[in-house]
Design a protein around this ligand. Structure first.
Ligand code: NAP
Length: 259
């Protein structure tokens, strides 16, 4: 039939950077974006796992390059983005997904180190990547940034102040960038995943996961990475042209449950 609406739901041919793409939600996001025809720059710190994702996408007929980088190293980020631009062309979509979670009670010796590293990876790297991509993203009025925050950006779990504070910071960064970059044609939004089955939550025993989900999550289960990836895609679409400064909670009903 003839098309009756005007906005596009296609990211075919768009150049997208996805960080933390070797595992979990980043990997799932890479697969979903590859299925939609995006040209992918996949960034992670472990070459083997990253290359496996790149190979899977290429074997399926998709377009992806892998870039090994430690995003805690701020000095490396401008050169990384320059290399991606040279390989694939100007960046259309930035998915700031890489993250770490380190338990760090406030009075433990390693708290200082945990705070510094968590902020470097989970928050400062997101801002630095935005800085490095901003001119590309602003060039045609359809730039999209999706920052992966967490339900820890809205609430808190005891013993995780570096992670919780950094994720609250991701929401602050998202709002700040939405206001600053909106006039330049870049929409900036965040996703707040709840408990998702990924590398990050793999150390939690299955029994503990089930118990937590039964008690706290309205859908009574952990989420799958792909369920978050589709929400991320939705915020990256050209058609999501009036969503700016929002956060989308993808948590099976964790945060809205009152009793
Ligand atoms: P994951 O499976 O551990 O994937 C995260 C990826 O980021 C890993 O491949 C990791 O590499 C990479 N990474 C970590 N530090 C990096 C660095 N310095 N430079 C480059 N890459 C780095 O975890 P995930 O759950 O998919 O996490 C994705 C995002 O979702 C994170 O921002 C996380 O905070 C957020 N999140 C997760 C959950 C959840 O329940 N899983 C809930 C809410 C929010 P290594 O494997 O080498 O560390």
């Amino acid at each position: 039939m003839a098309k009756l609406s005007t906005l596009s739901r296609s990211i075919d041919g768009r150049v997208a950077i996805i960080t933390g793409a070797a595992s979990g939600m980043g990997r799932a996001t890479a697969f979903v974006f590859a299925d939609e025809g995006a040209h992918l720059a996949l960034v992670d710190r472990t070459a083997d796992a990253l290359n496996a994702v790149v190979e899977e996408i290429r074997a399926a007929g998709g377009t992806a390059n892998g870039y090994v980088a430690d995003l805690a190293d701020g000095a490396a980020i401008p050169a990384l983005v320059e290399k991606i631009r040279g390989d694939l062309g100007p960046i259309d979509i930035l998915i700031n997904n890489a993250g770490i979670s380190v338990g760090a009670p406030i009075d433990h010796d390693f708290w200082e180190k945990a705070w510094e590293l968590t902020f470097a990876v989970n928050l400062t790297a997101q801002a630095r990547l935005i800085r490095a991509c901003v001119d590309d993203l602003a060039r045609n009025g359809e730039g999209r940034i999706v920052n992966i925050a967490s339900t820890e950006g809205l609430g808190a779990t005891a013993g995780g102040s570096p992670y919780t504070a950094a994720k609250h910071g991701v929401i602050g960064l998202t709002r700040s960038m939405a206001v600053e970059l909106g006039p330049r044609g870049i929409n900036v939004n965040a996703i707040c995943p709840g408990p998702i089955k990924t590398g990050m939550t793999a150390p939690i025993p299955d029994e503990a996961k089930t118990k937590f989900a039964r008690r706290r999550v309205a859908l009574k289960r952990y989420g799958e990475p792909e369920e978050v990836a589709h929400a991320t895609l939705s915020l990256a679409l050209p058609a999501s042209s009036f969503i700016n400064g929002a956060f989308l909670v993808v948590d099976g009903g964790l945060m809205v449950r009152n009793a």
